[in-house]
Design a protein around this ligand. Structure first.
Ligand SMILES: [Zn+2]
Length: 360
């Protein structure tokens, strides 16, 4: 018994001694921390509380606003009013979606690079950049441009290219004034102009659909995409793949650089076509008589045809959002010329049917 007591006593002493050593410091640290906190934030403690309360309140208001908005949105899309509007414009939406598919066809079938033509003839520009010693692709530029045509040059050339883009693109990207080049550039211009016109037509149709349904403002502000989905409009994720030419100067040390980008959009292509037209020495006299296929000529043909399809007689007067195109009666690929006699206005439906027939 005495031994046991002794042992127990010894244990107790050892235990308490042990505990004493280990537990002393934390208590001391806690006291010190508490002291720190009070001295540091004394006086600010009140304002901190207010801030926390305000933040929580703001968060609550934000959440409530969003929940209420969500409920209102769900109610609107489930309403009879919305259903009635949607039923009224079913055919308008169906045509919109068909024009969207047409845009996808133009995007897939069109030629958006000079040289990469449908005939495959004279793919001169695309290849010349890789073979020329002064004209190479840089990896760091590939990150910025999808299909860049980058010319590395002096600062002076970069500056001049910005002042006189047509001249410098022709000179440094080897665009030789020939009938074939002109045909390629005209084909590129036509693809770009058609896609631009179709996409802007789609946007007009979307705006008109929105106007006719006339949803509450908060729907357009916060749920525009969902609105289009609910109406049944398929938004085409298509953009115009403009070719770009880049002149870039990088100093020897790489510290300074300057870049001029020339985008071949419709105005630039029109200017390029006109420049080529002036420089070409025409081989055939008949070819020299033809008009340059620019946006000005397309506008002239539509005006001449009174904005009316020459095949089915539908007009912009009857259909305000009608998409009209200018067509070569005898296709260029079959020797048809860009003369006003060989050009006609067609609506997108007739032109689509015609080009499908030509392809088959
Ligand atoms: Zn037609």
């Amino acid at each position: 018994m005495g031994r046991q007591k002794r042992f127990a006593g010894k244990d107790k002493t050892a235990g308490s001694q042990h505990r004493g050593v280990n537990s002393f410091r934390p208590v001391g640290q806690l006291t010190w921390l508490a002291f720190e906190t009070t001295t540091r934030s004394e006086g600010k403690l009140g304002s901190m509380d207010v801030l926390t309360v305000l933040a929580v309140a703001a968060l609550a208001v934000w959440a409530v606003v969003r929940i209420v908005r969500y409920i209102r949105k769900e109610r609107y899309f489930a309403s009879e009013e919305f259903a009635a509007h949607r039923d009224e414009i079913v055919s308008v939406v169906a045509e919109h979606n068909e024009v969207g598919q047409y845009a996808a066809e133009i995007s897939a079938r069109g030629s958006f690079r000079i040289g990469a033509t449908a005939t495959g003839a004279q793919a001169h520009l695309a290849t010349s950049q890789n073979t020329s010693s002064w004209n190479y692709r840089r990896d760091r530029n590939l990150a910025n441009y999808q299909a860049p045509n980058v010319h590395n040059c002096s600062l002076q050339v970069t500056r001049n290219a910005s002042a006189d883009p047509i001249k410098y693109v022709m000179k440094y990207f080897n665009i030789k004034p020939s009938e074939q080049t002109l045909e390629d550039v005209e084909r590129l211009n036509e693809s770009i102009a058609r896609l631009e016109a179709t996409l802007s037509n789609l946007h007009e149709r979307e705006a008109s659909i929105t106007r006719s349904v006339d949803p509450p403002r908060f729907i357009l502000k916060h749920y525009e995409h969902e609105f289009m989905q609910q109406v049944g409009v398929e938004l085409a994720p298509i953009s115009v793949p403009y070719p770009t030419y880049v002149f870039e100067y990088v100093s020897a040390g790489g510290n300074s650089s300057q870049r001029t980008t020339v985008t071949l959009d419709t105005p630039t292509l029109d200017a390029l076509i006109e420049t080529l037209g002036q420089k070409i020495r025409w081989k055939k006299s008949a070819a020299g008589q033809r008009a340059l296929m620019t946006s000005r000529l397309r506008f002239f043909i539509k005006e001449r045809d009174n904005h009316t399809c020459q095949s089915c007689s539908v007009s912009v007067a009857a259909e305000p959002h009608l998409l009209l195109e200018v067509d070569h009666i005898m296709p260029v690929s079959k020797g048809g010329m860009s003369t006003p006699e060989n050009l006609q206005t067609l609506c997108w439906r007739c032109n689509r049917t015609k080009s499908n027939k030509v392809l088959q």
